[in-house]
Write a protein that binds this ligand. Structure first.
Ligand code: RET
Length: 232
C-alpha cells in the first residue's frame, strides 16, 4: 500500500469517529423509546472506524503475489450491513408485526451470506472467483427482494410521514449499495480496471455515505422514528 492509500484509510477512520461522537451525543438527548436507533447508528460508524484504523495500520490486509487484499472491509461490512438493514426494517415494520423477527432475521442471513461469499471472491485469484461473485450477487438480490417486496408494502400502509421517511431511506440505501459490486468489478479484486488507491477512495466515499450520511438522514426525524417503531 502506498502512503496516499494509507492516508485515505486514516482520514476515513477519523471521519467515522467524528460521526460516532455526533450520533452518541445526540443519543443522550433522544427519547428513551428511540435511543436504540441512535445506538445502532453510532455502533455502525464505530465498527467502520475500527476496521479502517486496522487497515490503515497494516493489519487488515494480506499480500498475495504482489497484490494487497484488504479483507478488513469485509469484517466491517459483515457486522455493519446487518445493523443498517435492522435500522431500516425497524422503521418499516410496526412492533406488533407478526413475523417481524423472521423477516429481519432472514434478510440479515442473506446479507451475511452476500458479504462472506464476497470475501471468498476477493481471496480467490483464479477465474473461479466469479462463481463466488455470482452467488454473492444472488444474496444481494435476496436482500433487495426483502426490501422491495416485504418491507416496502408494509411501510406503505403506515402514516404519511413514516412512508416518506422509509421511502427516502430505502431509495438512498439501494442507490448506494448497488455501487459496491460495481466498484468490486472495476477494482483490483475484479477486472483491475482501477488500481488500489482509487478503489480505496471509492469504497471510502461509499462507506461514509452509506453509514454516516444515511445515519444523519435516519436520525433527522425523531418524531417519525417514535411513530414508526410502535404497535399499530
Ligand atoms: C461485493 C462483491 C461481490 C458481489 C456483491 C458485493 C456487494 C457488497 C455490498 C456491500 C455493501 C456494503 C455497505 C457497507 C457499509 O456501509 C461483496 C462487493 C453483491 C452490497 C453498505
Amino acid at each position: 500500500m502506498n502512503s496516499a492509500t494509507v492516508t485515505v484509510l486514516w482520514v476515513t477512520s477519523l471521519l467515522m469517529i467524528l460521526c460516532t461522537l455526533v450520533f452518541t451525543y445526540r443519543s443522550f438527548r433522544a427519547r428513551t423509546e428511540i435511543k436504540h436507533f441512535y445506538y445502532l447508528t453510532a455502533l455502525i460508524t464505530l465498527i467502520a472506524a475500527t476496521l479502517y484504523m486496522t487497515m490503515a495500520s497494516g493489519y487488515g490486509g494480506i499480500g498475495q503475489n504482489g497484490r494487497v487484499i484488504l479483507f478488513g472491509r469485509y469484517i466491517d461490512w459483515v457486522i455493519t450491513t446487518p445493523l443498517l438493514l435492522m435500522n431500516l426494517a425497524l422503521i418499516a415494520l410496526p412492533r406488533n408485526f407478526p413475523s417481524r423477527f423472521a423477516v429481519i432475521g432472514t434478510m440479515i442471513a442473506a446479507d451475511v451470506y452476500m458479504i462472506v461469499s464476497g470475501l471468498g471472491a476477493s481471496l480467490i485469484r483464479s477465474n473461479f472467483r466469479w462463481a463466488f461473485f455470482a452467488v454473492s450477487c444472488a444474496g444481494f438480490l435476496a436482500v433487495l427482494y426483502f426490501i422491495v417486496v416485504k418491507l416496502t408494502p408494509e411501510a406503505n400502509v403506515r402514516s404519511e410521514p413514516v412512508q416518506r421517511h422509509y421511502s427516502t431511506l430505502s431509495i438512498m440505501l439501494i442507490a448506494l449499495w448497488v455501487c459496491y459490486p460495481i466498484v468490486w468489478i472495476l477494482g483490483t479484486e475484479g477486472f483491475g480496471v482501477i488500481s488500489l488507491l482509487p478503489e480505496v477512495v471509492l469504497y471510502a466515499v461509499l462507506d461514509i455515505l452509506a453509514k454516516g450520511a444515511f445515519g444523519f438522514v435516519l436520525l433527522s426525524k425523531p418524531s417519525v422514528l417514535l411513530e414508526a417503531d410502535q404497535e399499530t
